[in-house]
Ligand binder design. Structure first.
Ligand SMILES: Cc1cc2nc3c(=O)[nH]c(=O)nc-3n(C[C@H](O)[C@H](O)[C@H](O)COP(=O)(O)OP(=O)(O)OC[C@H]3O[C@@H](n4cnc5c(N)ncnc54)[C@H](O)[C@@H]3O)c2cc1C
Length: 601
């Protein structure tokens, strides 16, 4: 595989029809689809290494290993967050062919149909549920569970509506720790029932996770493997790793700015590649705004003080950033001798083998995330109406001070918040520990539940602080800068706590470890949430797709406003956060973009 990658001389000073900046999740899809046409030549510049044959990446069960390891993770930090008591949050991002899909947790979730329609209502033609679903199906190669398990799963997918021929294999994550069914039954008593077809756009409820794992090899099927690898042998595709893009070289003025090439660094050498048709920026939510800003496309107020002469004054670049805040952590010590087997108990291969035997499993026990639920606040909080009303009043009062476009976004978010069909937060069931939280007693059973805020009202920024491309941009998500985000998180923690004390789940709990007995009053829970929250790394919006007068950066055809041939295709274009995990959305939007670029849409 490595031998199929390009050398510097294959790319430097050469001219390509398309230059793709970043070989991450979206970049691999763009490279693969554009190079299907043998009449065009495509170059990909990826800053990281390849990792295409790396077992740490390919083994789904080593999915926590790349985190904080600089070989795989950029390991950024946010600026100190007032909403988190002044703490900096860790900010994980993958590097390599496949980008963050190389190191993510392989959860495959599709947004609520209302969320996709809301993106259309912001002025983006093509963002209808039907169109989105059509492209999502193009990505999917859904494998029904094996015959002996099909009865258990028969109501959880619809063979007619899932895709069967796409590049990404999808399977149910079948192994559980033994406690998920109890959690599911208990949540059901609060109105959160099993979701029948989680890939069909109605996500309220609890469901067994679907993962992008190849059932034949049992390996992670990330974008580098599923899209890029089969295309690598094409003579019209050149993929250069270790190539960090500095900026796009442009000609012309606002309205007619045209890319003529891309400047990048490789092995300490600054080089240029030229482009005939288009530059497609796929460097992700942090680096795509950086590449635009270094190319003199961005907010005049940010660029001029750094000595960058502005080509397109586009204040939306690096603004409107939205993040799923995650609260780590609700944690319980589970009663022993119930055959509930959690991550810490099977960390050692010998232990994993032992437990597989005890439980009569045909394979070694595996611990991945396999139970998700998406919950509307109406099911979880007795002050849901009050929260909606307060936010409506705030919007009516302060709207004049909002940046362009934000009022329209908040109105759409409020409609969804008030709708009991549309979930507002997630509870993620973790049958294992993280190495960045203290593990109190090794080899004992612990369960964790993470609440994740679905559609934050807070908005953050990511901007360069220097004209030097080696200086990392300042990431400021401004967590909890809108009080309602904190209120929803607090209510979700209280909800999870209440469910955990309810039968039948309650009977397996020995004690609550976190937040713990000292955190009881509302005031204490608010403080706890601020201390223990952080990023779930689902960040979007920093190059939002919206009309220019609404503060948008790209139009509905993914083209940067004011340019003739520069597009952004990655999660940074999503103008409104959706409540689900975003990788499936990235695959979908990249497929949509490729058809537009190829004139097929
Ligand atoms: C730890 C973790 C777990 C996650 N788990 C899930 C999950 O289970 N399910 C889910 O749906 N989502 C998950 N996500 C989120 C999801 O994986 C990402 O949102 C998605 O992969 C982002 O895709 P992207 O194409 O926008 O960016 P990326 O995949 O990050 O791609 C950006 C690429 O650009 C490259 N690049 C950056 N700057 C430059 C430059 N200057 N020059 C050249 N190349 C550059 C990078 O190296 C990278 O390869 C997770 C994220 C993290 C961090």
């Amino acid at each position: 595989m490595e031998s199929q990658l390009a050398d510097l001389q294959d790319v430097s000073n050469k001219t390509f029809d398309y230059v793709v900046v970043g070989g991450g999740t979206a970049g691999c899809i763009v490279a693969s689809r554009l190079s299907e046409d043998p009449n065009v030549i495509v170059a990909v510049l990826e800053a990281g290494p390849s990792h295409l044959e790396d077992p740490v990446i390919l083994n789904p069960h080593s999915f926590l290993k790349p985190i904080l390891n600089p070989e795989y993770d950029y390991n950024y930090k946010t600026v100190p967050q007032e909403g988190l008591d002044g703490q900096e949050a860790m900010f994980v991002r993958g590097r390599g062919l496949g980008g963050t899909s190389q190191i993510n947790w392989m959860i495959w979730t599709i947004p609520q149909r209302d969320e996709i329609e809301a993106i259309g209502k912001l002025g983006n033609e093509g963002w209808t549920w039907e169109n989105f679903h059509k492209y999502q199906r193009k990505v999917q190669r859904f494998y029904p569970p094996p015959d002996d398990e099909r009865q258990e799963y028969k109501d959880l997918y619809n063979s007619e509506t899932v895709g069967h021929d796409g590049p990404v294999p999808l399977i149910f994550s079948r192994d559980g720790c033994g406690a998920e069914t109890l959690w599911e039954k208990t949540l059901g008593t609060y109105g959160v029932k099993s979701v029948k077809t989680s890939l069909d756009g109605d996500i309220k409820g609890i469901y067994k996770n679907i993962s992008n794992i190849d059932p034949k090899t049992r390996e992670r099927a990330h974008a580098g493997i599923t899209y890029l690898l089969p295309a690598l042998k094409r003579p019209n595709l050149k993929v250069l790793t270790g190539a960090s893009v500095h900026k796009i070289l442009t000609e012309g003025a606002d309205g007619t700015v045209a890319a003529s090439g891309v400047q990048f660094e490789h092995g300490g050498q600054v080089c240029t590649v030229f482009v005939r048709n288009e530059v497609v920026v796929c460097a992700g939510v942090i680096k795509s705004p950086q590449v635009l800003e270094l190319s003199a496309i961005g907010d005049r107020k940010i660029l001029e003080p750094l000595g960058i002469g502005v080509k397109i004054d586009l204040p939306g670049v690096g603004a409107n950033m939205q993040e799923h805040v995650v609260m780590g952590i609700n944690r319980w010590k589970v009663k022993e001798d119930l055959n509930i087997v959690t991550g810490g108990m099977v960390d050692e291969p010998a232990q994993a083998k032992k437990w597989s035997k005890v439980l009569g499993l045909p394979h070694t026990i595996q611990m991945v995330v396999n139970s998700l639920s998406f919950v509307p606040i109406q099911d979880a909080s007795d002050r849901a109406e009050l929260l909606v009303r307060r936010q409506q009043e705030k919007l009516a009062r302060d709207a004049g001070a909002y940046p362009p476009g934000l009022k329209a976004q908040h109105e759409l978010q409020l409609q969804m918040l008030a709708d009991p069909r549309v979930p507002d937060f997630e509870t993620q069931f973790f049958p294992f520990m993280f190495n960045f939280f203290p593990n109190p007693e090794p080899e004992k059973p612990y369960l964790n539940m993470f609440p994740i805020l679905g559609r934050p009202f807070s908005r953050g920024t990511v901007h360069i602080t220097s004209a030097d491309p080696k200086v990392e941009p300042a990431i400021d998500p401004r967590y909890f800068s809108e009080q309602i985000d904190l209120d929803i998180m607090v209510d979700s923690v209280k909800f999870i706590r209440k469910v955990a004390q309810t039968e039948p789940f309650g009977s397996i709990i020995e004690r609550e470890e976190l937040p713990g007995p000292d955190v009881q009053t509302d005031e204490q829970i608010y403080e706890y949430v601020k201390k223990y929250s952080g990023s779930s790394w689902h960040t979007c919006g920093s190059n939002s797709m919206m009309p220019r007068d609404k503060g948008g950066v790209v139009d509905a055809k993914f083209k940067v406003h004011g340019t003739k041939n520069i597009r952004v295709v990655d999660l940074s274009i999503l103008p409104l956060q959706t409540a689900v995990h975003p990788q499936a959305t990235v695959y979908t939007l990249a497929e949509m973009a490729c058809d537009i670029i190829r004139g097929r849409s």
